[in-house]
Design a protein around this ligand. Structure first.
Ligand SMILES: [Cu+2]
Length: 405
């Protein structure tokens, strides 16, 4: 949450929030350097007597002040673009929370666990009933999410355009009626995080705050399962009558499906394993080494026979070698003169090949630079997040499967 007289961004509370904070610090470093540089030279110009009347141009200086801003812009732009695209990346979320904006409150719905739908509204707590907490930010029912577990937020709206935003986690998604936007919710610590509606939506736009409470996976799963159970109890679904025949059909169907699935997965695994580890690599090695061997043997044989010839009659051998090279060059000249179209095509093909390989090389370098520039967090932090997310995922699935036995 922002506080008075705060400079800079809020402390990051999600993986992306930390990255965005890093990008901000990095960009500010470059910007402050440029600012100081420009101010220094402006002051220098102002305090200068301007006596360099014969100083007309400087090619080196012009090249420098063209290339340096180019690199600076790349250094500022590339990490930013990569982070922007990373924000859209939601890989394999464990659960979803639907966020629906209304005039003027939010509602949260959890419905992808057990098929039942558990939802509630989240209104701002008015000044008169506020007991502790922050004015204009506290809500009666917070949005609950697990810590260090990948959750997908599906943001939409019921009436006009709203925007669900939590600045400390680098989350901002417009809730547009008829459309669904998705955001990744992966908080790195337990806590309460605040945000406000960020799209002007009517008179009470300022009074529909967003309040997310991040809790441990254990607490989250217990909470969600209990609420779903309550919802299901309320519905009072009568179970279908049980028969031996139905049980038999279901069992045969289930076993057949799982055998088919296992078999196809295993076959696919074996196919790719053999194709990529033996066939592709083996073919490449055999073909290229065979061609190389042919070339090496024939060149070696030619060189040896020429050397033998040279030791017997050196003059003849040297004359032959010179005439061989001259004939080669002459052959090229004759080819160019007699078949200019073919020669031009061949030349263009070679040039295009060279340009393409150079472009590919540049692309590889560019990509490597991009990858190295874009993470502002340490390897230790990334390991911490990856390990905890995978552990929490297992824990979450384990708890859910045990609860629903
Ligand atoms: Cu609004």
């Amino acid at each position: 949450m922002s506080i008075w007289s705060q400079l800079g961004l809020q402390e990051g509370t999600s993986v992306l929030g930390v990255e965005v904070q890093g990008l901000y610090d990095y960009s500010m470093f470059i910007i402050v350097m440029i600012f100081s540089f420009v101010v220094y030279f402006m002051l220098k110009v102002l305090c200068h007597k301007l006596t360099g009347r014969v100083y007309l141009d400087s090619q080196g200086l012009e090249v420098m002040w063209t290339i340096m801003p180019f690199w600076l812009l790349l250094a500022l732009g590339l990490p930013s673009i990569k982070l922007l695209y990373l924000m859209d990346e939601i890989n394999l979320p464990e659960a979803s929370v639907k966020v629906v904006g209304h005039q003027w409150y939010w509602s949260y719905e959890y419905s992808d666990i057990r098929g039942s739908s558990y939802s509630y509204d989240s209104y701002m707590v008015s000044d008169s009933s506020l007991e502790g907490g922050y004015r204009l930010l506290e809500v009666d029912n917070r949005c609950v999410v697990p810590t260090l577990l990948t959750i997908r937020g599906l943001v939409t709206s019921d009436d006009v355009v709203h925007s669900w935003a939590i600045p400390s986690s680098a989350i901002k998604a417009d809730g547009v009626p008829g459309r669904i936007n998705q955001v990744r919710l992966c908080f790195i610590g337990s806590g309460v995080f605040y945000g406000q509606c960020s799209e002007l939506c009517g008179v009470n736009h300022s009074f529909m705050p967003i309040c997310v409470e991040s809790v441990s996976v254990e607490v989250y799963s217990t909470w969600i399962v209990e609420n779903h159970n309550n919802v299901l109890k309320g519905m009072e679904n009568k179970p279908e009558s049980w028969t031996w025949w139905g049980f038999l059909v279901a069992a045969v169907k289930g076993i057949g499906k799982s055998l088919y699935w296992l078999g196809s997965m295993y076959a696919m695994f074996l196919y790719y394993l053999f194709y990529y580890s033996f066939y592709v690599t083996g073919k490449f090695v055999v073909v290229s080494s065979w061609e190389f061997m042919q070339w090496a043997v024939s060149s070696f044989a030619a060189a040896v026979s020429w050397l033998v010839w040279f030791s017997n009659s050196p003059v003849e051998a040297v004359v032959y070698a010179i005439s061989y090279w001259v004939a080669g060059i002459w052959g090229v000249v004759v080819f160019v003169v007699t078949k200019p179209v073919m020669a031009t095509w061949w030349f263009c093909k070679s040039v295009c090949g060279a340009v393409a390989s150079f472009a590919y090389f540049t692309y590889c370098v560019f990509e490597a630079v991009l990858n190295s520039l874009t993470s502002f967090t340490s390897d230790g932090f990334q390991d911490f997040v990856v390990q905890n997310v995978s552990r929490n995922t297992k824990k979450f699935l384990w708890i859910l499967s045990n609860r629903y036995k």
